[in-house]
Design a binder for this molecule. Structure first.
Ligand code: BG6
Length: 478
C-alpha cells in the first residue's frame, strides 16, 4: 500500500465547539446563546420559523440536548487526557461568547467565564496540546439576536470588538491559532446559526443577508488587526464550509450553473477575507438582486489591510448541481442541496461521501489563494453500537477517515500547503443540524442518548487506537 509523507510538525488533532460539548448552559453566569434555544430533533433549524417562536427555552414543548451536552464543562480534564493519549498536537474548540459577555453588550466581562477557559488552556498545555480557538461558532448571544437582529445591526460589530479585545488580552500568552467565524459562508444556507436571524421575507434573503455579511467582514478585519497588534506570533484564519460543486453532466449550462453556485457559496467569503476585496462576480449579483450595502468610510481599507493568515475549512461532502433540478433528483438530507450524485454513496444522514472531493477541494482552494490550508472539520456522523464485550467497532469511520487522509496525502504531493487536520467531533457531541447525540463522530464514545439518558461515561472506540497510530507515524500508517 502506498504511504504518504506529511510535513514535519503537521497539526494532527480533533475539533469541537463549546455549544456542542460544554453543557453547563447556565453555570458560571453564562448567558443564553442561539444554540441554547434551539431544541433537539430533525426540525431544529426550522423551529424559528414556527409562529410565536421567541428565542426562549420552552421545556414543556421541547428537549435541549446541548444544555448538558457531554458535560465537558466539568469533565474537561478527563477528555483532554484522552486526547493526549491519542497524541493530539492541537485541539480545536470555541469560546462561548456568552460565557464572557452573557448578554453580548455588557461593558464588563464575566470573570467566571474567562477563568473557565484559562483552566482549559492550562490543562491542554499540561498535556502538550496547543489550542486552536474559534472566536464565534454558532453561539451568538440571544440578547443580540432579539434586540439587534443579529449581524443585521452594525452595533454588533462594536460588541464583537469588545469580546475579541477581551479574549485576546486574556489569552494572548496561551493561544497561537485563532479563527474568526465558523463556516462564515453557511449563513447563505442556514442563516440563524451564523448571522443571527431567520430569513422570513424576500428582502432578508438578499439585502439583510449581505449587509450582515459586510458587518462580519468588518468584524473579521478588526479581529485580524487586533491579533497582529496584540499577538504578533499568533496566526489567525477564516473558516469556510467548503463543498466542491460538480456539474451533473457536461452541458455548458450545467457547468456554468455549478460554477456560479460554487463561486457564491465556496468563494464569496474567502475572496473577501483572503484577498481583501469584494469579488467582481458578487458585484454583478448585488446589482441583479438590488442589494445596496451600507459601507462606512474606512471599511474597505480595513478589510483590504487585514486579510487572514490561513484558510480553515470544513469538508464533509461534495454537491452536484443541475439547472433544472426536480424534487425527485434531490437527495434526502444533503444539507447543502443539489441532486443525487450516482457515483457516490451517502451517510445515514444522506451526506454524500466523497474523499476524492477533498483532494479537489484542497487543490481548488490552494490554486486560488496560495496561502496555507487547515482542515478543521471532517468526519462521518454514524450510529455506533456498544458490543456486549464493551467494544465499539467503528470500522466504517476508520475507512472514511483513512480515505480522506489519503486524499490529503495526494494533495500534498500535488503541492498543496496543508497545516493540519482536526476531524470533527473527536469525542461524541450534540449534532448541530439535528441536535441528536445518536449522530456520532467521535473516536471517544460518550454514553448519552437522544432522550438525555446515559451515564456520560467515556469509552474508546476502535478508531481511537487507529487514529493514535496515524498520529504516532505522522500519517505513515493508515
Ligand atoms: C459543521 C459545523 O457544519 O458541521 C459543526 O461547524 C457541526 O458545528 C458539523 O456539528 C457536523 O454537522 P452535524 O449537523 O452533523 O452536527
Amino acid at each position: 500500500m502506498k504511504t504518504y509523507q506529511f510535513p514535519e510538525g503537521f497539526l494532527w488533532g480533533g475539533a469541537t465547539a463549546a455549544n456542542q460539548i460544554e453543557g453547563g448552559f447556565r453555570e458560571g453566569n453564562k448567558g443564553l446563546n442561539i444554540a441554547d434555544v434551539l431544541p433537539g430533533g430533525k426540525g431544529r433549524l426550522k423551529v424559528l420559523l414556527e409562529p410565536g417562536f421567541n428565542f426562549e427555552v420552552n421545556k414543556e414543548k421541547y428537549t435541549y440536548p446541548n444544555h448538558e451536552a457531554i458535560d465537558f464543562y466539568h469533565r474537561y480534564k478527563e477528555d483532554i487526557a484522552l486526547f493526549a493519549e491519542m497524541g493530539f498536537k492541537v485541539f480545536r474548540m470555541s469560546i462561548a461568547w456568552t460565557r464572557i459577555f452573557p448578554n453580548g453588550n455588557e461593558l464588563e466581562a464575566n470573570e467566571e467565564g474567562l477563568a473557565f477557559y484559562d483552566r482549559v488552556f492550562d490543562e491542554l498545555y499540561k498535556n502538550g496540546i496547543e489550542p486552536v480557538v474559534t472566536i464565534s461558532h454558532y453561539e451568538m448571544p440571544v440578547n443580540l439576536v432579539k434586540k439587534y437582529g443579529g449581524w443585521r445591526s452594525r452595533e454588533v460589530v462594536t460588541f464583537f470588538e469588545r469580546y475579541v479585545t477581551t479574549i485576546f488580552n486574556r489569552y494572548k500568552g496561551k493561544v497561537k491559532y485563532w479563527m474568526t467565524f465558523n463556516e462564515i459562508n453557511s449563513g447563505l444556507e442556514f442563516p440563524i446559526m451564523g448571522l443571527g436571524f431567520a430569513i422570513k421575507e424576500e428582502s432578508d434573503k438578499y439585502q439583510s443577508t449581505f449587509q450582515a455579511y459586510h458587518h462580519q467582514f468588518v468584524a473579521s478585519g478588526i479581529a485580524v488587526k487586533l491579533c497582529r497588534e496584540m499577538m504578533p506570533d499568533a496566526k489567525i484564519g477564516c473558516m469556510i464550509l467548503y463543498a466542491p460543486v460538480y456539474p451533473y453532466d457536461c452541458s455548458p449550462e450545467n457547468v456554468m450553473y455549478a460554477l456560479e453556485e460554487s463561486r457564491l457559496f465556496n468563494y464569496f467569503c474567502g475572496d473577501v477575507q483572503v484577498r481583501g476585496e469584494y469579488p467582481a462576480f458578487i458585484k454583478r449579483y448585488f446589482k441583479e438582486h438590488n442589494i445596496q450595502l451600507e459601507i462606512q468610510e474606512g471599511d474597505l481599507e480595513l478589510i483590504k489591510e487585514n486579510t487572514v493568515d490561513y484558510i480553515g475549512f470544513s469538508y464533509y461532502m461534495s454537491r452536484t448541481e443541475k439547472i433544472d433540478k426536480k424534487p425527485m433528483d434531490m437527495g434526502q438530507g444533503n444539507i447543502l442541496g443539489g441532486v443525487i450524485n450516482p457515483f457516490l454513496k451517502a451517510s445515514d444522514w444522506g451526506w454524500a461521501i466523497d474523499p476524492l472531493g477533498l483532494r479537489i477541494t484542497l487543490n481548488e482552494l490552494y490554486d486560488r489563494y496560495r496561502i496555507p490550508l487547515f482542515i478543521v472539520e471532517n468526519g462521518l456522523g454514524a450510529k455506533d453500537e456498544v458490543a456486549p464485550d464493551g467494544t465499539i467497532n467503528d470500522d466504517y469511520r476508520i475507512d472514511y477517515l483513512r480515505n480522506h487522509i489519503k486524499a490529503m496525502g495526494e494533495a500534498i504531493e500535488d503541492g498543496v500547503e496543508l497545516m493540519g487536520y482536526t476531524p470533527w467531533g473527536c469525542i461524541d457531541l450534540v449534532s448541530m443540524s439535528t441536535g441528536e447525540m445518536s449522530k456520532r463522530y467521535g473516536f471517544i464514545f460518550v454514553d448519552k442518548q437522544d432522550d438525555g439518558s446515559g451515564t456520560l461515561e467515556r469509552k474508546k472506540k476502535k478508531s481511537f487506537f487507529w487514529y493514535k497510530d496515524v498520529i504516532a507515524t505522522n500519517g505513515g500508517k493508515l
